[in-house]
Write a protein that binds this ligand. Structure first.
Ligand code: VAH
Length: 317
């Protein structure tokens, strides 16, 4: 049975991924790694082992890996795109210096590593519609710079040292458990909270701005399915395009209004978020993921909206 360490287990993806992994591999086999300033709570803390793991502390990573006989590391430590623009050096320190630490420990201890990339790894000169798996990547955000470097360094450790590194390029992830913290796509989560609270939503992204988005259950399934895939069938590794839906603000607004007819939205464009969003693809071509390891999403905008509104109406009661 796998022994897994999730670094960044208190974050938007890490918190749900840890619980999903515990369901797959057994609670005792999945360690929730967290930094002291982001304490674990509730089921995440009570349902399995945890450890203070700061991705910038290589000795701490190594100690946790040895103590818990870890053979697989999911490294979710990162600053998201908007925060990374205000703290570029910290974004690099966590995203890349931290990744270097994870890869070195993995090389020495024989661990497989999943460190996600993002649609943010593409830039304004990348083909925007049905962005290919292999294409130009010249991002103009610090987040994007760290994600392209993540892909290159992860491939380097596979090619030079044989470390089993794999990853996907996440779209904007939408979830109803842990809110996102400081991303360009956060609006696609915040809009559901406003709708369920009966509040008018002020959208920071301009109408007509398409971005790839994905419901959290699909993102979690993709991560685990890739790490379970037959390595002999992988032509690519870091990182696979995965896609499920591409929409612009008015589309998600109309999807919600079909459930809540009185819901209202206006626009007040955040120019930093808009500039980042404009540099990202409108939609991805995920043929390679579908062919190499059987990727297939389950949710679209309609089914995600139904589930989000149902779950949030209970959560926010
Ligand atoms: C962000 N939610 O907005 C993250 C993600 C592709 C978007 O990287 O920064």
């Amino acid at each position: 049975m796998k022994h897994i360490l999730v670094i960044g287990a208190s974050g938007q993806i890490g918190s749900e991924l840890t619980m999903k992994l515990r369901g797959c591999y057994g609670n005792e086999n999945v360690v929730a790694g967290y930094i002291p300033t982001a304490e674990l709570k509730g089921e995440l803390k009570e349902s399995g082992p945890s450890a203070v793991v700061d991705v910038t502390d290589v000795a701490g990573i190594a100690a946790a890996v040895k103590e818990h006989r870890v053979d697989t590391i999911y490294n979710l430590a990162a600053l998201l795109s908007v925060v990374a623009e205000s703290k570029p050096k910290l974004a690099w320190k966590i995203g890349i210096d931290g990744l270097w630490n994870v890869l070195e420990v993995a090389r020495q201890e024989g661990c497989a590593v999943f460190t996600p990339s993002s649609i943010g790894s593409f830039g304004p000169t990348t083909p925007h519609v049905k962005t290919p798996q292999d294409t130009i990547q010249r991002p103009c955000s610090m987040y994007g710079v760290t994600k392209v470097t993540t892909e290159l360094l992860s491939d380097y450790y596979y090619n030079k040292y044989g470390v089993d590194t794999r990853a996907v390029r996440f779209p904007g992830i939408i979830s109803n458990v842990t809110p996102p913290g400081g991303g360009t796509t956060d609006y696609a989560v915040d809009i559901y909270y406003s709708a369920v609270r009966g509040e008018k939503f002020v959208c920071p992204i301009a109408q007509g701005t398409y971005m790839d988005m994905m419901y959290m259950p699909d993102a979690l399934n993709a991560s685990i399915q890739l790490m379970e895939a037959d390595p002999a069938k992988l032509v690519h590794r870091n990182a696979f395009n995965i896609a499920s839906m591409s929409f612009e603000p008015d589309m998600i607004y109309q999807a919600i209004k079909r459930h809540l007819p009185s819901f209202e939205m206006s626009y007040d464009v955040d120019h930093l978020k808009q500039a980042i969003a404009d540099s990202w693809p409108d939609s991805l071509d995920d043929t390679r993921a579908r062919e190499e390891w059987g990727w297939k999403p389950e949710y679209d905008l309609e089914s995600m909206t139904t589930d989000m509104l149902e779950k949030l109406s209970v959560k926010l009661k």
